[in-house]
Ligand binder design. Structure first.
Ligand code: C2R
Length: 342
């Protein structure tokens, strides 16, 4: 059995967070390897592991580190495979590691998940593999179902124990609500000919400057996409309709500022990878970054740096390039030319 996922820890002290990843990967029956190597303390070791693992067919890397977490970024510098970053709370509530992981320069994106969210890091890695592996997609779907049932279980326990003189429960007859996600397992020959690979969803016209950076690089990479400016808060029904229409795309890129509900709304309705681009409308984009990245277990958003629409496109290309040799070569060329961007 060859590992599809390589997990690197900056230190053995990060293992408690890595354990959450391992639990998910065991449930999803995905082969992984795990090593301890620090970009700061053992620079050469990280490089060798990443280059050799890429060569041997590892499809996704997960870098787990605290403090000035340069490990995920260094992995991204040495591979054209997608890298997921899990910031660990060692100091400053993990904000130092979150910034170090997410705020990567073009074209070396790290799909950062929430602080200490080893579970979401593994789930995002599995979703990336699921782009080309139907069995993995089915297992992810079952896992999502278990989170869905957990909410129902927790609610009935909690509500059953509420006592109070003014507690006045409303008798709302809910129809049996099924888990609602729009995703498709359709793999018919030629079915995806006219279907775009990626759906790009900016929440407002004010996000267009950043969205253009994304579409410019998608165009340059030859990746087909659909784009629709649509806010799930302002137009909830239109948003759901759009998600339903886009159920054949391989992944989503959501671009949004302020409380950035766009990414959360997309991931609630899809089990495919979601890349988030926070926009700097207020607070330098910190509000949007935190709102995107700190998702609860089961619904990861791979967040790139504030305003870095270009890195979202590179990340999408890395994800889609796992099973597409032409695209893989284009990503490799882009990354090896990265000095030109200075
Ligand atoms: P120790 O417990 O070994 O002192 O490590 C580790 O990931 C860990 O969270 C403390 C913290 O330092 C982090 N570390 C990094 C890197 N190497 C170690 N962020 C790196 O290369 O980025």
């Amino acid at each position: 059995m060859k590992p599809k996922i390589m997990i690197l820890l900056g230190s053995a002290s990060d293992f408690k967070i890595a354990e959450k990843s391992l639990e998910i990967l065991e449930q999803l029956e995905l082969a992984y390897d795990i090593r301890v190597a620090s970009a700061h303390r053992t620079h050469e070791k990280v490089k060798q592991i990443v280059i050799e693992s890429t060569h041997q067919g590892v499809e996704v890397f997960i870098g787990i580190a605290g403090l000035s977490a340069h490990l995920p970024g260094m992995i991204a510098a040495n591979t054209h495979r997608p890298v997921v970053g899990v910031p660990v709370d060692v100091k400053l509530g993990g904000m130092d590691a979150l910034f170090a992981s997410s705020q990567m320069p073009f074209p070396a994106p790290v799909a950062t998940v929430g602080i200490d969210r080893g579970d979401n890091g593994a789930l995002l890695a599995a979703q990336i593999i699921g782009i080309h592996d139907e069995t993995v997609r089915n297992r992810i779907s079952k896992l999502r179902e278990s989170y869905y049932k957990k909410v129902q279980r927790d609610e009935s326990q909690l509500v059953g124990n509420v006592e109070g003189d003014y507690y006045a429960p409303n008798k709302i007859e809910l129809p049996k609500i099924e888990k609602k996600v729009f995703h498709s397992l359709k793999t018919e020959e030629g079915a995806d000919k006219e279907i775009p690979l990626v759906a790009v969803i900016p929440g407002s016209y004010s996000d267009m400057k950043i969205a253009k950076k994304t579409t410019m690089f998608l165009d340059r990479m030859g990746i087909s996409y659909d784009m629709n400016i649509i806010s799930p808060i302002r137009y909830p029904e239109r948003f759901e309709d759009y998600m339903e229409r886009m159920n054949e795309v391989k992944l989503f890129i959501a671009i949004s500022g302020l409380s950035a509900h766009v990414t959360g709304a997309v991931v609630a309705l899809s089990e495919k990878p979601v890349i988030g681009v926070p926009c700097p409308m207020r607070m330098g984009g910190l509000d949007a970054l935190l709102s995107m990245v700190n998702m609860p277990p089961g619904v990861p958003v791979g967040t790139v740096g504030v305003g870095n629409g270009g890195n979202a496109a590179v990340l999408a290309a890395e994800m889609l390039g796992i099973e597409n040799k032409d695209l893989e070569d284009r990503v490799k060329r882009l990354k090896s030319r990265s000095a030109d961007f200075n």
